[in-house]
Design a protein around this ligand. Structure first.
Ligand SMILES: Nc1ncnc2c1ncn2[C@@H]1O[C@H](COP(=O)(O)OP(=O)(O)OP(=O)(O)O)[C@@H](O)[C@H]1O
Length: 642
């Protein structure tokens, strides 16, 4: 063993392609096959003396072991000369109609070599082959950890379960960023150094070993590495619930480089109460999420802008809910310690209360949106060719060079930052909640110039004489202009509206062609992007996260109180929500696909909730940006419509 000649690149014996090791009472050789599989071949055991069989039985040799590349996770150095090899063991659980595929991380016994250098090199080679997304250097994962999410154990889970696998086994570089207050995740993501744009590889499962799937397929170094870029993050990992990811998403689109930053893959590690995004990506638990990070399989996801005139722009991945669905989330915040059980209790309470809710909703279905997007629109033209991003399912570019207003905003931001420093996380959040004007980063979004409603038209038509009489502001109330939302991805469908009304019209005739009105009164209402709203709530069975549309679900009602029949239907939905089987009952709920939505609250006994976070009661406009971001998914991820 001492005479091993070691390949400086690979750690393996150059003549045999293998390395001699000791494993317990056995000796043998380790080799890595061309397709990345790990093999341990024990040396034959010679029986010595008449009782050789007894010693052979007592000290049973370790048998031949082959671990295919798609099961390998990495290797961990246990001492300078000893290491263990880690691999995944897949298992399934079944909930009604849903089969969930999860992973355990297991490891071999310790292997010992005589040369510490050989051990280090072999460990590095295993890691690089299976978990570095085909790169030469370990990718950098920025972990945003919310210690208050769920039952408050996210930081402990990160240190005990996630970090040992990602750092010590897969050899990834992991930087920790602990949130210190609500909305701190927004600031952290806004200020993260990110690597250059990774290319999106196929979202189909890797066919061979771990080396084939991934963010940077093909074994080439990433562009950032090639360019020698500083140590920016290649992946942003959110260790918390949906709220933590939601806050991080706001930070991503508050960056001046959002159009590049949006390509940085995001991963949700389920440590919150709901974990709808993690569930929708097939990341059912922490170990499965860790395996997904090692494999690096990503898929595009639609993101919706939600505008609340006159001052707020939110980005959502998951849902907009109102009424019962909002109450069972926000109304059970004090039961956070119960985990996901709080949602079930909240649902039962809502059925017992039997309350119905009222709102005004208009939706623009995808086919109508395509027609609208292809129709000439002066305003859309003014928005830098943004309409091109809407018609197709591939949104390849969301703007490139910033529009003049964006450039102005960036200058504003720079000036504000230089003179007053960045606003604190808390002050921006408080300002946004109050709905008042603020300074600094969000200032241009907060400014409201009601008198300029006609200006957008005049800009589009080339006219100059717009007056207040030019407005089409539905009911004569003031509207808000597209030009007041200059930052982030363009809103080509919004540009078809003359302005964002402060109060929604009574019927769709006041809106451009294609808009449809939904029922005003309902027992359950929600607009969803992904299939799961929580690990145990498949509220949108059949939804696809990258089809360029959201699904709007309604359980219609008449009047303020639910009768016995309606309560029974609500109960059926609650009982069938875990696997989405409620949707098999005909006509139990009404669902439509929407590319854009206008929504106005008419009930003060509930909340408006975006991705699990309550926002002020004010009318909102939602527009879907097809495939705007990337999320990391389970290696076996497949969105199966029910
Ligand atoms: N250090 C902190 N102290 C107090 N609150 C925090 C801190 N960091 C983040 N938060 C807040 O914690 C809240 C809950 O986080 P999150 O939504 O991720 O968990 P959850 O509500 O348990 O999960 P889910 O959204 O999946 O139901 C967020 O609204 C966030 O603003």
């Amino acid at each position: 063993m001492d005479s091993l000649r070691v390949d400086p690149e690979k750690g393996l014996n150059t003549s045999t392609g293998s390395i001699a090791v000791r494993c317990g009472a056995s000796t043998g050789t380790i080799s890595l096959t061309d397709d990345g599989a790990f093999c341990f071949t024990p040396n034959p055991v010679r029986q010595r003396g008449p009782f050789g069989w007894l010693t052979g039985w007592l000290f049973r040799p370790v048998g031949h072991q082959v671990i295919p590349a798609d099961q390998l996770l990495g290797a961990r150095l246990e001492s300078p000369r000893a290491f263990t090899v880690w691999f995944t063991s897949e298992y399934t659980t079944r909930t009604g109609h849903v089969t969930k595929r999860l992973y355990r991380a297991v490891h071999t016994p310790r292997f010992e070599v005589s040369d510490p250098e050989a051990a280090t090199k072999l460990v590095t080679q295993i890691r690089r082959t299976v978990s570095w997304w085909g790169r030469d250097k370990p990718p950098h994962v920025a972990a945003i950890i919310n210690p208050k999410a769920g039952k408050g154990v996210a930081a402990v889970m990160f240190r005990n379960q996630l970090l040992p696998l990602l750092r010590d086994v897969a050899g990834l570089r992991v930087s920790e960023h602990l949130t210190k207050a609500p909305e701190h995740a927004t600031l952290l993501v806004r200020e993260l150094t990110l690597n250059a744009r990774p290319s999106l590889s196929s979202s189909s499962p890797p066919s061979g070993g771990g080396r084939s799937g991934g963010i940077e397929g093909g074994g080439a170094a990433g562009p950032a590495e090639a360019a020698g870029v500083a140590d920016g993050a290649d992946l942003i990992m959110f260790v918390g619930g949906d709220g933590t990811l939601h806050e991080g998403l706001q930070g991503l689109f508050q960056r001046a480089d959002w159009n590049v930053a949006r390509d940085t893959p995001l991963v949700a590690v389920p440590c919150g109460s709901g974990n709808g995004v993690a569930a929708s990506c097939g990341l059912w638990d922490i170990t499965t999420a860790a395996v997904a990070v090692c494999r690096g399989r990503i898929t595009p996801i639609d993101v919706a802008t939600v505008l609340q005139p006159p001052n707020s722009r939110h980005y959502c991945l998951l849902s907009v809910v109102y009424g019962a669905m909002a109450n069972l989330d926000i109304g059970t915040n004090h039961l956070r310690w119960l985990g996901e059980l709080r949602f079930h209790l909240g649902g039962l309470w809502e059925i017992l209360r039997g309350r119905c809710y009222s709102c005004r909703v208009f939706v623009l279905p995808p086919d109508a949106a395509s027609a609208v997007a292809s129709a000439p629109s002066a305003t859309a033209t003014a928005r830098a060719g943004a309409a091109a991003a809407v018609g197709g399912s591939e949104a390849s570019d969301y703007g490139g060079a910033p529009s003049p207003s964006v450039a102005a905003l960036e200058m504003n931001n720079a000036a504000a930052t230089a003179t007053a420093g960045r606003p604190s996380v808390g002050s921006v959040a408080a300002e946004a909640r109050r709905g008042g004007g603020g300074e600094g980063v969000q200032e241009p979004l907060l400014k409201h110039e009601g008198s300029a409603c006609g200006a957008i038209r005049s800009a589009g038509t080339g006219g100059t004489g717009a007056t207040n009489n030019d407005r089409n502001d539905f009911d004569g109330t003031e509207g808000t202009l597209l030009s007041q939302y200059p930052y982030g991805p363009p809103l080509p469908l919004l540009s078809q509206l003359p302005c964002l009304p402060a109060r929604l019209p009574d019927n769709p005739s006041a809106l451009p062609a294609g808009w449809k009105q939904l029922t005003d009164s309902f027992a359950i209402f929600g607009a969803y992007n992904t299939q799961y709203l929580a690990l145990g709530a498949r509220a949108n069975p059949g939804g696809l996260m990258s089809d360029g549309a959201w699904e709007v679900w309604q359980l219609e009602a008449h009047g303020r109180r639910a009768g016995a029949g309606l309560r029974l239907r609500c109960l059926k939905v609650l009982l069938g929500v875990e696997d989405g089987s409620f949707a098999r009952t005909p006509d139990i709920m009404h669902v439509v696909k929407a590319r854009a939505m206008l929504f106005q609250q008419r009930d003060s006994a509930t909340w408006t909730v975006l991705d699990g976070e309550a926002v002020p009661e004010a009318p909102l406009y939602l527009e879907v940006h097809p495939r705007l971001c990337r999320v990391l998914v389970s290696p076996v991820f497949q969105e199966e419509p029910l």
